[in-house]
Ligand binder design. Structure first.
Ligand code: NAG
Ligand code: NAG
Ligand code: NAG
Ligand code: NAG
Ligand code: NAG
Ligand code: NAG
Ligand code: NAG
Ligand code: NAG
Ligand code: NAG
Ligand code: NAG
Ligand code: NAG
Ligand code: NAG
Length: 772
């Protein structure tokens, strides 16, 4: 979502400038930035901006207004430090961010775009005195309150930018007096209502961006107002109304006079578009954002008349139709008009095959195609491998050989083919995919060995091959994928020893899921090097030997909580803009016996799952150092020994399953001091003695303790004998218990207190945790 938002923003940058190169240079050179402003002024109006020589003094009234403005705002980042009333600061035309007309000395441009650096009660009314302003930019600050009516006095205003503030109220009708206004950007505020009728006087309005507000009412009414401005020569080019609460049905008549429109953004409202199938729109759009508008069931035929678009979002629009073959051909027209292409048809019921096309993606790293959540079938055509982000997940696609073995280097940074019908052997053709950051092939029927060239994915961070039919060993070439953060090969038929290189070559690994395969052998000590690991799932394999004592070297698990709720990666982009996308990892885990998907809280899910193996020996005391653990599942092994009393240190624990082992001894009292422990299963072991009374924040089922014949007390039916009532722990273990008292240090009490906080979260939070 955020990535898309950035995309829109950046697109607008491109839209207002013809010279993309200048944008790049602008970042490095301030003098060039002035030139750039001059060029953009050529688009919206004409005035000469210059840093005025000493002879021309700025207008007293305007200087006072500027000084009053400075007094009115809180200047967090001191962006107004050059403004002042001192003698040497009298010349307001040389103040930072102030631009005067070369001849008249009037302030014509005020560029107070902040990095959220200006805060204030409201936009200062004193701005109404800056009557010559042509360009006013107060965007990306922390301005609150409503838009002051006095802005309607700035009769020369051509460009007004107030986006990304916290402005509320209706747009003042006096803005309709700004007859020169060409660009009005109020996006990213909390502006309500509709637009005032007076906007029908804005004959020069080219760009209106009201996206990401809380506008309501009928869209048809709003369009009527905009269209009645100079109906014969309506100048509107950009209409961006996405992410509001607009309603109603609009038809072709509501667009009949908008012949210059190039950017139409209506996504994420409550709108229905009902266009006649033979409609020929009066405009040629470049950007089409209609996501979540209801427009099915037929594929919109009028798109066939649009030859210039590079951005098409008709996701989630109720289309239930065959994918037309002309779609890509339309984009083959005028390739020079496209710096990049973004196509989103996801979340519809689009059927048929994706025909191969001669369409060539522009040479950029921002091309995106999203056809996910449809009913597409057949092979994946090879031309799509030239996109940089491709999401074809949740379809019925069946072939990928020609797609995966392209003749030249692929631009793909993001490839999601999960949940399709891919029933083939994965070809050994990965050497051309060195740009790939995210690869998800999960939930298909891929078979054979994991090809060795997968090791040439040098940029890969997320690799998901789970839920397929892969056999054989993990190729050791994978150790070359040193940036791997998420590696999931769960639910396959893989075998072989657990490789040592997993712990040596992949230092960034945060999620390692080998669940439900046929891996065997000991857990290699090298795994203890995974300092970033948060989820280690080796369950349902044939792993034997003991649990390594060095698990307390898994640093991330020894830290409580996490500052990152999600595990996310940036992909694509060119290093200059963060224009590519942000991917939030997702993982499925068995949580309290139920397979659950985690995404928005994945960063908090710290777990070790080793269940259903053949592990032997004692549970090492060191496991109690993993105080960040939220879930620990060692069930269905052959573990022996006792539960260490130190177990109470695991104050973050929400779920503990030690069932179906041969653990003996008594249940340590400290276990019940883990106040957030929601799920506990100790059944089918050799535990004995009284079940200790804990804080009783939780009531466990008898089944949590069943299958331990010598265990007694609540909640079991079996009452304890008087002997067991009088002695907390059996005398045999007295020494050991006393030794272990050493762990009750001040630190323990701190962690206990923390535990209550975490525990509250554990009880209440575990509900929000599960995104099922
Ligand atoms: C602005 O552009 C005009 C015409 O293109 C040019 O004559 C003028 O010198 C430029 N002003 C500045 C400050 O660059
Ligand atoms: C605008 O300027 C006039 C004259 O200098 C002054 O009297 C008035 O208070 C100013 N308006 C505001 C809102 O500051
Ligand atoms: C705005 O203009 C109106 C007249 O159109 C005038 O009465 C008022 O004083 C002006 N306000 C400012 C702040 O200049
Ligand atoms: C501003 O617009 C209002 C109506 O929207 C009108 O009554 C008023 O005369 C206009 N003022 C000027 C200075 O044009
Ligand atoms: C919407 O606007 C708010 C406030 O400016 C901003 O925080 C948020 O990121 C915007 N959302 C999008 C998707 O641009
Ligand atoms: C569109 O323009 C025509 C004249 O070109 C005008 O008659 C009609 O009223 C306009 N439509 C709207 C909705 O303003
Ligand atoms: C669609 O437009 C055609 C030609 O303008 C017209 O004959 C037909 O009645 C229209 N259909 C609908 C449903 O409005
Ligand atoms: C593709 O669209 C689906 C559904 O609209 C969305 O969940 C997914 O995040 C999109 N993929 C990408 C890579 O943006
Ligand atoms: C790993 O990468 C190096 C070069 O970085 C290469 O020489 C080596 O062959 C690769 N190993 C495998 C197994 O692919
Ligand atoms: C565990 O960490 C310690 C100190 O960081 C290190 O000396 C030791 O070798 C590590 N053990 C293993 C098995 O990685
Ligand atoms: C949070 O995520 C960022 C970006 O992925 C990463 O750089 C940072 O180290 C993470 N912080 C923690 C505490 O994991
Ligand atoms: C695990 O314990 C069971 C029952 O005691 C025994 O049959 C089995 O051989 C043991 N397995 C291993 C690997 O020790």
């Amino acid at each position: 979502m955020r990535g898309e938002g950035e995309g829109i923003r950046c697109f607008k940058l491109f839209h207002t400038s013809i010279f993309a190169v200048l944008i790049l240079l602008q970042c490095c050179n301030r003098s060039l930035s002035l030139d750039f402003n001059n060029i953009s002024s050529g688009v919206v109006g004409h005035w000469d901006i210059a840093k005025v020589p000493k002879v021309i003094r700025c207008i007293q009234r305007e200087k006072e207004a500027l000084l009053a403005l400075k007094r009115d705002v809180v200047d967090y980042d001191s962006i107004l430090s050059s403004w002042g009333s001192e003698a040497q600061k009298q010349e307001c035309c040389i103040w930072e961010r102030v631009y005067c007309d070369k001849y008249t000395g009037h302030v014509v441009k005020l560029d107070l775009r902040g990095g959220f650096s200006l805060g204030v009660g409201s936009i200062p009314h004193v701005l109404g005195n800056m009557s010559s302003l042509v360009h006013l930019d107060l965007s990306a600050n922390q301005l609150v309150g409503s838009i002051p009516h006095v802005l309607g006095n700035l009769s020369s205003l051509v460009h007004l930018d107030l986006f990304a503030n916290q402005l509320v109220g209706s747009i003042p009708h006096l803005l309709g007096n700004l007859s020169s206004l060409a660009i009005l950007d109020l996006s990213g505020n909390q502006i309500e209502g509709g637009i005032p009728q007076s906007f029908s006087k804005l004959c020069n309005l080219q760009e209106l961006d009201l996206s990401n507000n809380t506008l309501s009412g009928q869209l048809s009414w709003l369009l009527q107002i905009l269209m009645s401005a100079c109906p014969d020569q309506n100048s509107l080019e950009t209409l961006n109304l996405e992410m509001n609460a607009l309603q109603g049905v609009v038809s072709e008549s509501h667009f009949s006079n908008l012949s210059r429109l190039t950017y139409l953004g209506l996504s994420s409202n409550s709108l229905a578009l009902s266009f006649n199938s033979s409609w020929v729109p009066p405009f040629q759009l470049e950007v089409i954002h209609l996501g979540s508008c209801k427009m099915g069931p037929h594929f919109p035929i009028w798109l066939q008349t649009q030859k210039n678009y590079r951005f098409l979002d008709i996701s989630n629009t109720g289309i239930s139709d065959i994918l037309p073959s002309w779609l890509w051909e339309m984009m083959s027209h005028y390739p020079e008009k496209r710096e990049y292409v973004s196509i989103d048809l996801s979340n519809n019921q689009i059927r048929g095959i994706i025909p191969n096309s001669r369409f060539e993606f522009p040479s950029s790293c921002f091309n995106r195609v999203n056809l996910s959540k449809n009913q597409l079938e057949g092979p994946i055509p090879s031309f799509l491998s030239k996109a940089s982000s491709l999401d074809l997940s949740n379809n019925k696609l069946s072939g990928l050989i020609s797609f995966l073995c392209p003749d030249k280097v692929s631009n793909l940074a993001y490839l999601d083919l999960s949940s399709n019908n891919l029933h083939v052997q994965l070809p050994n053709c990965w050497t051309n995919f060195a740009n790939l950051v995210i690869l998800d092939l999960s939930n298909n029927a891929l078979f054979g060995k994991i090809p060795t060239t997968i090791g040439s994915l040098f940029s890969i961070q997320t690799l998901k091959l789970n839920k397929n039919r892969f056999v054989g060993e993990l190729p050791s070439s994978l150790k070359n994928c040193t940036r791997l953060v998420v590696f999931d090969v769960g639910h396959n038929n893989l075998s072989g020893m657990l490789p040592e290189w997993l712990g040596v070559g992949l230092p960034m690994l945060a999620i390692l899921i080998l669940r439900s395969n046929h891996f065997y052998g000991n857990i290699p000590l090298q795994l203890c090097n995974l300092k970033q690991i948060q989820i280690l799932d080796l369950s349902i394999n044939n792993i034997s030997g003991s649990i390594p004592k060095c698990f307390n070297n898994l640093t991330k698990l020894t830290e409580i909580g996490n500052s990152n709720l999600t595990i996310h990666h940036k992909y694509g982009g060119d290093g200059l803009h963060s224009w590519g996308g942000i991917y939030e990892d997702e993982a499925s885990l068995i949580w309290k016996g139920v397979m659950s998907e985690y995404k928005s809280t994945l960063g908090l899910v710290k777990s070790i799952h080793l269940s259903s193996n053949q592990l032997t020996g004692e549970i090492p005391n060191e496991i109690a150092d993993l105080v960040g653990l939220v879930s620990l599942n060692l069930s269905r092994n052959n573990l022996t020994g006792q539960i260490t009393p130190k177990i109470g240190k695991l104050q973050s624990l929400d779920s503990l399953d030690l069932s179906n082992n041969q653990i003996h001894g008594t249940i340590p009292t400290s276990l019940f001091q883990i106040s957030g422990l929601g799920k506990l299963d100790l059944s089918n072991n050799n535990l004995f003695g009284r079940i200790p009374m804990g804080t009783r924040l939780q009531n466990y089922e008898p089944s949590a303790f069943a299958g331990n014949p010598l265990l007694c007390g609540i909640p079991l039916q079996q009452l304890c004998s008087p002997k067991e009532t009088s002695t907390e722990e059996p005398p045999v273990f007295r020494d050991q218990v006393e030794d272990n008292d050493g762990f009750i240090t001040p630190g323990f009490f701190v962690s206990l207190a923390l535990g209550f906080v975490v525990g509250f979260w554990g009880v209440c939070g575990s509900l929000m945790f599960i995104r099922s």
